[in-house]
Structures are given as C-alpha cells and as structure tokens.
Design a binder for this molecule. Sequence first.
Ligand SMILES: C[S@@+](CC[C@H](N)C(=O)[O-])C[C@H]1O[C@@H](n2cnc3c(N)ncnc32)[C@H](O)[C@@H]1O
Length: 265
Amino acid sequence: MTEFDAWAPYYDLIHQGLPGEAQYYVEEAIRQGGETLELGCGTGRICIPMAMSGVTVTGLDNSSRMLQLCRARMKKVGKLPGKLTLVRADMRTFDLGRQFQFIAMPYRAFMHLLTPEDQMACLQCVQRHLNRQGVFILNVWAARPSTIAHAAQAKEKFTFAGRYPAPWGKTRLVHHHSAQYDEYLQRITESHRIREVDQHNRLLHEETLSLTRTWLTPREMEHLLHRCGFCVEAVLGGFNGIPFNAGSTEMIWRLRRPKSQPTSK
Ligand SMILES: C[S@@+](CC[C@H](N)C(=O)[O-])C[C@H]1O[C@@H](n2cnc3c(N)ncnc32)[C@H](O)[C@@H]1O
C-alpha cells in the first residue's frame, strides 16, 4: 500500500496540476517524436492526452489504485490515436529494458523521493532509459528559505482548503489541511482531512490522508543532476517558457545525457 493508494479517489479533485503544464508536456512529446515515458503518471492527467495526440507513451507508477483510475479513464476515452502502456513499478528501481526519446517527471513527483539515495537511484534509472539524443524534463517546487521559514512557524492547525461536489453522488467533500516542516530533513509532512457531508451538512464520512515530500533548492538540484551525469539545457520558471528567476515558484529542468557519455546499455 503506497501513500497515493489512499489518495486515489480524491486525487483528481484536489490536485489539478499547474498552469499550462499538461499542454507543455504533450507538445514536447509530439516534438520529440519517439517513445515517451512518464514517471509517476498517476491517474493519467498527462499521459492520456499524450496518447490522445498520437504519442506512444508508457506511464509508470507504484500505486495500483492510481493506475486503476488511469485505466478507467482510458476506457472512457475509447480508442486512442497513440498508445498508452501502464507499468506498476518503483521509479527508484525500474528496468523496462529499452530507451525512450522523452522522459517526463511532471507535477513535482520527484519530491516524493525523500532522500538523496532515492533521488540518485531514480536519476540513474532515467540515465539508463534515456536515448542518447533524448530529453528528460523534471519539475519541482522552488522552495525559498523565507517561504519555508514562514511556513515552519505556522502552528499545526487544520486550515480550510476547498469544498468540492463528490464525483460519486449528491454529497460534498470538505477539505482541510495542515503541514509540518522538518528543516533538518527538508521534509514536509502534510495531513489532509476530507469530510463527506450531505445537503444538510451532516457528516457521513471522514478520512485523513498524509502526503510526505522533500524540498530541494535550485543549487541542490544542480549538484544532484550533475552528479548523476545530466547536462542542463535550460531551467524554466513556468510552463509559459520564462527562464527560472528569483521570483519563480517552480523549477522546470530540461536535461540531456552528455555528448561524450558511453551508452549504459
Ligand atoms: C504528484 S503525483 C503526479 C501524478 C500525475 N503525474 C499528475 O500530474 O497528475 C505523483 C505520482 O507519483 C507516484 N509515485 C510516488 N512515489 C513513487 C515511486 N517511488 N515510484 C513510482 N511512482 C511513485 C504516486 O503514486 C503519484 O501517482
């Protein structure tokens, strides 16, 4: 059971992605032309539109329930112009036995790798699966020390995060969340309380879901990526193509294998 298995029924309601993100990855997959691999594909928010645009894509995730929802979504879409294959595997240890022209790791999925060992293991797997001329795009939150310091001081208390119609009936879901920041481990431990209520606001069901992530600074990302043998082609601060700058809240790393690197296969 992974952390995301419990999230699966609520994921699409609560996590709707970043502005321009899905379109950016779909366009890149079309431009690259060859096979695409999405790491942490979840319920298919990005890999399904890729396959709908004619791309041959493999979606990898270690949550069986997220993949189950992805399969249900694929079924609803019907026949795809491209091809989507789903694989249940861990992004730290996967071995698909072939290479891809484009590898995407959208929506801060890298932040779920909580230690430098896990992060390096994943980046080494990507190295082995990336074509010599291929592109790897990885997005993480750009954590500013001042933002972390401010957030870390907040008392651990649930705050209102949203209210949504339940996708399965006439009830509503009321979402509160809280977060704790471990400044030594650079780890955010979030609690998300989901309450299902009827038209009269009577509580029908309550669940608390956890989400654990690590944050990385731009300098740490740069060292980690160089250490794992990647060449940085560009760092963007948004999916509209603006370069990363001091005001950016996202880092979008566009990476390649070094030209002189021997093949790892
Ligand atoms: C933030 S979600 C992103 C989902 C999807 N890409 C999207 O944009 O909606 C991160 C995904 O990574 C998956 N994940 C987390 N750790 C993983 C691991 N070690 N191996 C494979 N998948 C993992 C989770 O199950 C989840 O589906």
